[in-house]
Structure formats: structure tokens, C-alpha cells
Design a protein around this ligand. Structure first.
Ligand code: SDX
Length: 425
């Protein structure tokens, strides 16, 4: 196949610069601009709107068609036919496991769910009212203190152990974060339970009585984790890759991903959606809120709407919208006062020119919060749940990068500051 080329002509450069163009297995071609630095030229793309930072075989999004593929499998099919553990294996290994591989993977995860007892002491250094994401950043980062000295990231078996430990331990730390905040004792993982049943157990069981996870809620929890598992080079995954590109401890790299996820423009949006719905309070208040959203001088946004890549619907939002109905029916809260507000906001956004012109559709965060609230997860823990689901994606991208030749990430800049000047005197 003839190699594709691009040509850059530029004032001040005599000859056009020829640049290689690469085709992916699907999606947009990319222009390789690496040779420009030798010619003293940088490209400029704040926010990386049209920049591919790497090549990856893990997840593909077609934002114009609302397509999301984990290793080629459509998210709708995985949500219907697969489960979170199987998707973790798929993201990490590039293929669906056979029954024996799946059983071995799950057994491996189950036998790494406990955390070092000394980590329990870490929690007591946080104020009880600390935001759970602040605690998670500390607790996950602290894992790097327990798994560092003999960790060789260039050894694939060590990398696989990192993946298993993080997928297994982050839910335990997430539940510990919640228990600490409400003054209840930590609940140890139960190996006879499934991943999601065990998470609900660690979250809501107490030593005082038998706790049987509700299968409908466990299924919804599993779907939430599965739908959040990966999303190509989003801000938190790019943070993990950039931190990992220095050779930093992978547990610390995942902690940096949790930090990036916390922001309300990213994973913090699910918490912000509930705050927004509660602030609106009643359908009659929606028109005034929409006026504020459209007002350029008002920073308020319609949280849970819009996306850097999806300029059509976010397929995850569709799956979650259906799952929300099941959970609310199971919990007998079909008339949750927030649901009609959410539905009316969605109706307006899908009909109003302001939102249509800007391709603002509900994203994964719009409905996830409604489900999490129905399950009984406190609002300030929503992004912790997102981080728990996204862990396999973060780890898969870290592993993919370290498994192949890579360079330390070091962007350049357009300098606009003072040129050289002498110190006075
Ligand atoms: C996630 O990247 C990923 O893949 C992320 C994620 C993942 O799985 O990892 O999908 C998870 O982070 C989902 C997004 C969650 N965030 C929110 O719901 C917060 C609200 N949404 C926005 O802040 C915004 O839509 C972003 C940050 C998600 C995307 O922003 P972009 O692509 O930079 O788009 P933009 O800010 O340039 O907006 C384009 C226009 C602007 O208006 P104009 O200046 O052109 O007039 O749309 C407007 C924006 O003001 N706009 C919104 C809006 N989002 C964009 N206006 C009102 N409400 C919104 N939510």
C-alpha cells in the first residue's frame, strides 16, 4: 500500500515539508509531525483537540456515530451479555477469556482484595468529613509504599500483578473510604461473593447482622463499573500515561489518574449532576436554569451534558437510562422527584437549538448519579465509583504503553513571556 503523505508549506520555509500519514484500523488518519522539531517548528493544540498522543489497540470511540468499542466489541453488547470481570480481562488481554481463563482471573482478583492492615491506620489521618476523592488519592497512592522496592515494571509478570492488585484493591479502599466517613467499621472482602456483590457487602454490611446483596443492585453496580471501564485517551487516562511515561510507580500513576478524574468537567460531573438536579429542585425552575446556562456571563453548565468526543449521543447514557428504570422499580422509588427533572432537562436539551447547535447530549454522568443514588451510594462517593470502574482501563493503558517502546511525555509551548532581559543594577 502506498504510504500516505501530507505536505506542510509555511511562510519562511522554502520547500514544502513532507510528513508521513498513518491509517489506524479504523478512525481518522494521523499526520506524524515528529520531524518538525528538527526544523524548529512546533504544532499548537491546547486541550489536544486534534492530537493523537499515542497509538492504542484498547478502546475506540466514534463520536459522530455514538460508537464505543472495548477491543472491538460494542459497549451495548458487552453491557447486555458480558460483566465487569470479563471486561477487565478483555481490556487487559485484548480478547474475551474462555471459561477457564475467566475463572482463573476472577479467583486471582478475589485473592488480592484485602489491603495491608497498616493502610487502615492511614484513614485515621483524614478528617471524617474529607471528600472521599481526597482520601482515595491518598489511599491508592499509599499502595506505592507497599509495592515498590522489588517492582520491575519492565517485567510483564510484575505488570500483570500490578493490574490484579489495583483492580482487586481499589474497591476495598473505596468502601473503606465510605465506612470511615460514617464511623462504621471496615468490612473485609468476602470471597464467596461476586465482584459487585462483594463491593455492596463492603459498603453496606455491618458486623452486627447478615447482609445479603440485592441481585438487582449488584447487577446495576456491575453495569456501572463495566460502562466506566475505559474510554481511550480521556483526561485521567492521559494523566496516567504521562505519569507512567517517566517510569513512575504504577500505583502512584493510578493515584494521579484519580486526581485528574475528580474535576467536575470529567469524572466529578456525576456528583455535579445530582447537585444540579437538587439545586433546580422542581420542573418549574428549569426554564430559569436553562437561561443561566445560555448566559455567557454565567459559568453554570448543564452538568452531565456535552462531551469532547461524542457529538452525538453517548452510548453509555442510553444503557444507564434503561438500567436506572430497573433499579428505581426494584427500590420502589420510581417517583424519585429528581427523575422528572432529569427527563425534562434531557427533553429540552434534545430539542433546544442552543444545545443542538453545540451537540450537547447526555453523557455517561447524567444517569449514573441517579442510579448510584437509588442504590444508596452517597453523592460525594459517585466519582470514587467512577474511579473504581475506570481502574482496568487506566491499568490497561499503562501496561500497553510500558509493553512497547515509549518516550517520556514532554509537550512544548508557544512562549509569550518576556524575552531575555538583564537583572537591574
Ligand atoms: C466525562 O473525555 C472522556 O472520554 C470523558 C469521559 C470518560 O469516560 O472518561 O467520557 C467522562 O468526563 C464525561 C463529561 C463529563 N462532564 C460534564 O458533564 C461537565 C459538563 N460538560 C462540559 O463541561 C463539556 O461538555 C466537556 C468538558 C465535557 C466538553 O467540553 P469541550 O469539548 O471542551 O467543549 P467546549 O467546552 O469547547 O464546549 C463547546 C460549546 C461551548 O459553547 P460556545 O463557547 O461554543 O458558545 O458548548 C458549550 C460551551 O460553553 N458547552 C456547554 C456544555 N458543554 C459544552 N454548555 C452548557 N452545558 C454544558 N454541559
Amino acid at each position: 500500500m502506498t504510504e500516505k503523505k501530507a505536505q506542510l508549506t509555511m511562510d519562511g520555509i522554502d520547500e514544502p515539508i513532507e510528513l508521513p500519514v498513518y491509517e489506524g484500523s479504523t478512525g481518522p488518519d494521523v499526520v506524524d509531525v515528529r520531524s518538525l522539531v528538527a526544523k524548529g517548528i512546533f504544532t499548537y493544540d491546547p486541550g489536544f483537540m486534534s492530537t493523537a498522543s499515542c497509538d492504542s489497540a484498547i478502546t475506540y470511540i466514534d463520536g459522530s456515530k455514538g460508537v464505543l468499542l472495548y477491543r472491538g466489541y460494542p459497549i451495548e453488547q458487552l453491557a447486555e451479555k458480558s460483566d465487569f470481570m470479563e471486561c477487565c480481562y478483555l481490556l487487559l488481554n485484548g480478547k474475551l477469556p474462555d471459561s477457564e481463563e475467566k475463572a482463573t482471573f476472577i479467583d486471582n482478583i478475589k485473592h488480592h482484595t484485602m489491603v495491608h492492615e497498616q493502610i487502615c491506620n492511614l484513614f485515621t489521618s483524614f478528617p471524617r468529613h474529607a471528600h472521599p476523592m481526597a482520601v482515595m488519592i491518598g489511599a491508592v497512592g499509599a499502595l506505592s509504599a507497599f509495592y515498590h522496592d522489588d517492582l520491575k515494571i519492565n517485567n510483564i509478570e510484575h505488570r500483570k500483578a500490578v493490574a490484579v492488585r489495583l483492580i482487586a484493591k481499589i474497591p476495598t479502599l473505596a468502601a473503606m473510604t465510605y465506612k470511615y466517613s460514617i464511623g462504621q467499621p471496615f468490612m473485609y472482602p468476602r470471597n464467596e461473593l461476586s465482584f459487585s456483590e462483594n463491593f455492596l457487602h463492603m459498603m453496606f454490611a455491618t458486623p452486627c447482622e447478615e447482609y445479603v446483596p440485592n441481585p438487582v443492585l449488584a447487577d446495576a453496580m456491575d453495569k456501572i463499573f463495566l460502562l466506566h471501564a475505559d474510554h481511550e485517551q480521556n483526561a485521567s487516562t492521559s494523566t496516567v500515561r504521562l505519569a507512567g511515561s517517566t517510569g513512575a510507580n504504577p500505583y502512584a500513576c493510578i493515584s494521579s489518574g484519580i486526581t485528574a478524574l475528580w474535576g467536575p468537567s470529567h469524572g466529578g460531573a456525576n456528583e455535579a449532576v445530582l447537585t444540579m438536579l437538587n439545586e433546580i429542585g422542581d420542573i418549574s425552575h428549569i426554564p430559569d436554569y436553562i437561561k443561566r446556562v445560555k448566559d455567557k456571563n454565567d459559568p453554570v453548565k448543564l452538568m452531565g451534558f456535552g462531551h469532547r468526543v461524542y457529538k452525538n449521543f453517548d452510548p453509555r447514557a442510553h444503557v444507564l437510562r434503561d438500567a436506572a428504570k430497573n433499579v428505581m422499580k426494584e427500590m420502589g422509588i420510581e417517583n424519585d422527584p429528581l427523575l422528572p427533572i432529569a427527563k425534562e432537562l434531557e427533553r429540552i436539551a434534545l430539542e433546544d437549538d442552543y444545545f443542538i447547535e453545540r451537540n450537547l447530549y447526555p453523557n455517561v454522568d447524567f444517569y449514573s448519579g441517579i442510579i448510584l443514588k437509588a442504590i444508596g451510594i452517597p453523592t460525594n462517593l459517585f466519582t470514587v465509583i467512577f474511579a473504581t470502574g475506570r481502574t482496568p482501563g487506566w491499568v490497561a493503558h499503562w501496561h500497553e504503553m510500558i509493553s512497547n517502546p515509549f518516550k517520556i511525555g514532554r509537550p512544548r509551548q508557544l512562549y509569550t513571556g518576556p524575552t531575555q532581559r538583564d537583572y537591574p543594577g
